[in-house]
Design a protein around this ligand. Structure first.
Ligand SMILES: Nc1ncnc2c1ncn2[C@@H]1O[C@H](COP(=O)(O)OP(=O)(O)OP(=O)(O)O)[C@@H](O)[C@H]1O
Length: 254
């Protein structure tokens, strides 16, 4: 079966800069030769030390930034080179959720504006907003309130509702529960699992917390200095890590 999202030999370099001392241009490789397959209804956990490139990989996979080389394919269509009408249809299918439930939501917007933003002036907008809020266990009663009125867990639910409103197939979550306390984390993770089962969503889930990765992931890829050093079934990677980087990440997690 064709993967829903695929990275083929993806590289990402920071823009070239002029080095004043040596008078030459150079660029820094952040991701190198990344190959990944994500299948519908499955979760790919991404782990790696701080600075290994996890957030950059999320941004490239979501289409927020363009790879410097290689391809990101959604259902076999290149996010960069597919015809404009195809890219327009793909865009809402891949959504991102970020770490900071306090910074990610505009404090000047109501929940209705935040969740409904991707729909612009679509007909039945309020019905879609109500349905997205219901998916995350919130009612339309909260639609007129501002983000400040909510706890971290509730804000992350609102962010998830916004990501669901375009009926995506893929959600890319970059440390999405890291800022929450442990019991709120569990509630949000179980909500994500429930949504996956109901809608067949595929997740790319980045976390520095292996317990979170263990709870959600079917497959795992391990990043080190912009390279994938090991990938495969979550059970295999967690129980019999082959690469020293993976072994160290697992050892340090206890
Ligand atoms: N805009 C930028 N300018 C300079 N360096 C950058 C920029 N963005 C990323 N980097 C560098 O790219 C590398 C990867 O960063 P990235 O944020 O993707 O890693 P990460 O694994 O998500 O880290 P963390 O777990 O600490 O969030 C790091 O060395 C970082 O310093």
């Amino acid at each position: 079966m064709i993967p829903i999202l695929q990275a083929r030999d993806v590289t990402y370099h920071l823009a070239e800069r002029q080095n004043r001392v040596f008078k030459r241009r150079f660029s820094k490789a952040i991701l190198q030769n990344i190959c990944l397959d994500l299948h519908g209804g499955r979760t790919l956990g991404i782990i790696g030390a701080s600075g290994s490139g996890k957030s950059t990989l999320c941004r490239v996979l979501s289409g927020l930034v363009s790879p410097s080389g290689g391809q990101v394919l959604y259902q076999g269509q290149d996010l960069e080179t597919a015809p404009a009408d195809v890219r327009k249809k793909i865009r809402p299918s891949i959504q991102m959720i970020f770490q900071d439930p306090y910074g990610a939501l505009d404090p000047r917007q109501t929940v209705r504006d935040i969740v409904g933003e991707p729909l612009a002036d679509a007909p039945n907008r309020d019905a879609h907003i109500a349905s997205a809020l219901a998916e995350v266990g919130l009612s339309m009663d909260v639609a007129g309130r501002y983000p400040q009125a909510f706890s971290g867990g509730q804000r992350q639910r609102i962010a998830i509702a916004r990501s669901l409103i375009t009926r995506p197939s893929v959600i890319i979550a970059d440390e999405a529960v890291s800022a929450l306390d442990v019991s709120t984390q569990a509630v949000v993770l179980n909500l994500l699992l429930d949504l996956q089962q109901r809608h067949g969503l595929a997740y790319v889930f980045v976390s520095h917390d292996l317990a979170v990765i263990r709870h959600l992931s079917h497959d795992i890829a391990v990043l080190d200095a912009g390279h994938i050093v090991e990938s495969g079934a979550a059970q295999d990677i967690l129980h019999a890590p082959a690469h020293p980087v993976t072994q160290a990440l697992i050892e340090n997690s206890y």
